[in-house]
Design a protein around this ligand. Structure first.
Ligand code: FAD
Ligand code: SF4
Length: 476
């Protein structure tokens, strides 16, 4: 740790975050265990003491769910851990998840006052610490408001739906989540791998939502098993749509239908939710081979690449991305972990076609080189193919991780529910209202693929509007 220097008022600034111990790259590429171990109590207290307890805490403005960051950190510094988790949970029902996967570096930590000259306070690590501390102690059952008793339905049990449901239940409503899969959690269980977010941690946070009184009905694909109209007919007064953006996008290039070319969604679902990495102990197999190419450079691509490295028989994993490192959308930490573990990066490249063997399995990928042109609508410089630069690489598996969009099932079966040309549900950002009375939406289904904390923020805002709606507009 670097030497601290005195600041006005006698407070010593420790310029760097206290490191969080983690498995070495050589160890972790052979297992699916969580990579970082987390802070112990003494280190957490030291890190908490780095916080300046600003009078105008900019970090809170950077948090989509408005956690009172200086307060929860202050209590850790004082050793009042119970008080700290209480403060945290009053705004965030999934802190162990957020502490692990939220992009703090672009949110609260990006605007931490310390970050102007030094490293910011490790807000994410402290959030994770306090949530893990509580889980080890046993989670306290929350106190509930008197119930006004209105029935609300939440479609989808991902971060948006869980947060909306939890907040509505706290406000005393009778909430049921309808989840399509056999496990709630959304991307937290089917997408993000065990080594980044252990599933028992997600399960514990979902159990907490249940203790708030939320009922979770699984294997309920809304739009197939029941429609929104039937939910209203069943006595639900308001509906929140939090169905995410789980429909994979493809490049539509020749050969994309060959065996061994997966959408990231299917690939990660097989590995994480269906535990293909433990085949034959678990009964879902996955065919990978020696060389894996992952297309894209977001968190999804990093997860697919890092999972691939850990699968038996895989020797080489390459990220193929059409722009440069500066434009990669993944979290810095994910890119760094992928590099440390041995993932190769082929930048300014894009596949143009695949060829297969006589059994229909992919065996090669033709790739073209790009250069960067003018910025496009996203503000990032557009990749421009360099004519004649094509070359061929051998591959056994390709994982397409170039984006997802919302499934059209609910809009298609809900007359009057307006969507945008990207297939997202038209939603008022401040309230979560949609084009239909009593129907609210939020998370990836409204914004397109985004982040856990933005989905939670949207779930929170929608819960507040649904509460108003149930009390003042729809009656009880
Ligand atoms: P989801 O998490 O997608 O949940 C939607 C839920 O709705 C699912 O459970 C689905 O089964 C259910 N559902 C869908 N249709 C129906 C239906 N018709 N009826 C009933 N239920 C339905 N974000 C980060 O902040 N940090 C990360 O590190 C990060 N890593 C990611 C890694 C991967 C592999 C992926 C795919 C995403 C990642 N994200 C990350 C993005 C983040 O996970 C999402 O933005 C977030 O989960 C969106 O939450 P949501 O509740 O809107 O949707
Ligand atoms: Fe602490 Fe940084 Fe927030 Fe200031 S901005 S209160 S230093 S975490």
């Amino acid at each position: 740790m670097e030497e601290g220097k005195k600041k006005k008022g006698g407070k010593k600034i420790v310029p760097r975050k206290y490191p969080m111990p983690e498995q070495t790259p050589a160890e972790r590429v052979r297992n699916f265990d969580e990579v970082p171990y987390g802070y112990d109590e003494a280190t957490a207290a030291l890190e908490a003491k780095r916080c300046l307890q600003c009078k105008k805490p900019t970090c809170v403005e950077g948090c989509p769910v408005g956690i009172d960051i200086p307060k929860f950190i202050y209590e850790i510094a004082q050793g009042n851990l119970e008080q700290s988790i209480r403060i945290m949970k009053s705004q965030n029902a999934l802190p162990a998840v957020c502490g692990r996967v939220c992009p703090q570096e672009t949110q609260c930590e990006a605007v931490c006052v310390l970050a102007k000259k030094h490293e910011p306070v490790a807000i994410g690590r402290l959030e994770r610490f306090i949530a893990d501390w509580e889980r080890r102690q046993g989670v306290e059952a929350p106190k509930m408001e008197a119930a006004p008793g209105a029935k609300a339905a939440v479609i989808g049990g991902g971060p948006a739906g869980l947060t909306c449901a939890g907040d509505l239940a706290r406000l005393g409503h009778e909430v049921t989540i309808f989840e399509a899969l056999h496990v709630p959690g959304g991307v937290l269980v089917y997408g993000i791998p065990e080594f980044r977010l252990p599933k028992e941690i997600v399960a514990a946070e979902i159990d907490y939502i249940r203790t708030l009184g939320v009922e979770i009905r699984k294997n309920m694909v809304i739009g197939k098993v029941l429609t929104l109209e039937e939910l209203f007919a069943d006595g639900f007064r308001a509906v929140f749509i939090g169905t995410g953006a789980g429909l994979p996008m493809f490049m539509n290039i020749p050969g994309e239908q060959l065996n061994g070319i997966y959408s990231a969604n299917e690939y990660l679902t097989r590995i994480n939710l269906m535990r293909a990495y433990r085949f034959p102990e678990w009964d879902t197999p996955i065919r990978v081979g020696r060389r894996v190419a992952v297309l894209g450079a977001g968190n999804v691509a990093m997860d697919a690449a890092r999972c691939s490295l850990r699968l038996p028989g895989v020797e080489e994993v390459t990220i193929v991305y059409r722009r440069t490192e500066a434009e990669m959308p993944a979290r810095e930490e994910e890119i760094e972990h992928a590099r440390q573990e041995g993932v190769r990066f082929e930048l300014l490249r894009a596949p143009v076609r695949y060829t297969g063997d006589e059994r229909g399995n992919v065996k090669a990928m033709e790739v073209i080189k790009n250069e960067l042109g003018e910025p496009d609508a996203s503000g990032r410089r557009r990749p421009v193919p360099i004519e004649g630069s094509e070359y061929t690489v051998e591959v056994d598996t390709v994982v397409v991780a170039i984006g997802q969009r919302p499934s059209p099932l609910v809009p298609r079966t809900t007359p009057g529910l307006k969507t945008t040309r990207w297939g997202t549900v038209e939603t008022d950002e401040a309230t979560g209202r949609t084009s239909l009375e009593g129907v609210f939406a939020g998370g990836d289904v409204s914004t397109g693929a985004a982040t856990v904390i933005s989905a939670m923020g949207a779930g929170k805002k929608a819960a507040a509007s649904i509460h108003d709606y149930l009390l003042y507009k729809a009656g009880k």
